[in-house]
Design a protein around this ligand. Structure first.
Ligand code: HEC
Length: 197
């Protein structure tokens, strides 16, 4: 398990990125909280998905992804006092569609993947949502072999029976056709400004 997580988190080292005029002290706090919350989420999800794939198979694991992943995300959000979301240009669940700030972060990382360069380990934003000031931390997600079971090429990586269930649940699914190493999307951690004071 630890090896899988290390693999997953590797390939995302390199420079960090400051967005929209954050002072270094604030950025450091945003990155610290964002990274901790992200690692906690990915650890949980990877562990559960790996175990479920092994013990119950891909069809059963789809319901894990659609039903159990949200309560886990919510409880980790609560624990850290943040709001966590996973988002992608090629989303499976329309609920995970990116907003315009998230699109900016996705485009930022996508640029590195398109040029075959190592992506930075995170992207940080200061965003005004109505009268609320929040900070956002983004962590890029890379496709691992394990992910192809449900996000690879239908008929090749995704078994027919599995693809049928995915299509029934998500008729407008965009999240297939990936190869190992592709950019899948981001984990977004939104931190209220009050929390950093
Ligand atoms: C057993 C099938 C399965 C596996 C394996 C799987 N996923 Fe998914 N994934 C799903 C399903 C189903 C959803 C939609 C969940 C929902 O309803 O929000 C999803 C959603 C996502 C999302 C949220 C954005 C969206 O498309 O809605 C991301 C990001 C994601 N997966 C990344 C990954 C990564 C990275 C891996 C490998 C580590 C992976 N997935 C492995 C089935 C799977």
């Amino acid at each position: 398990m630890r090896r899988v997580l290390l693999l997953f988190l590797s390939g995302v080292f390199a420079v960090s990125m400051t967005g929209g005029g954050l002072d270094p002290e604030t950025e450091e706090k945003v990155v610290e909280i964002g990274h901790k919350a992200t690692v906690s989420l990915l650890k949980h999800l990877l562990k559960e998905v790996t175990l479920s794939l092994k013990e119950k198979g891909p069809v059963e694991t789809i319901s894990y992804c659609s039903e159990k992943a949200y309560p886990i995300t919510d409880s980790i959000s609560k624990e850290f006092g943040v709001r966590i979301k996973r988002t992608s240009f090629k989303y499976r669940n329309p609920k995970n569609r990116p907003d315009r700030y998230e699109e900016e972060a996705l485009r930022y990382f996508e640029g590195f993947f398109k040029e075959g360069k190592k992506p930075p380990k995170h992207y940080v934003q200061k965003v005004e949502l109505g009268d609320k000031l929040v900070y956002r931390y983004y962590f890029p997600l890379k496709v691992m072999k394990l992910c192809l079971t449900c996000h690879g090429v239908p008929g090749k990586d995704i078994e027919e029976e599995v693809y049928k269930v995915i299509k029934e649940k998500y008729p407008e699914d965009k999240a297939t056709g990936y190869k190992e190493g592709d950019f899948r999307g981001v984990v977004r951690v939104e931190i209220p400004a009050e929390k950093l004071r």
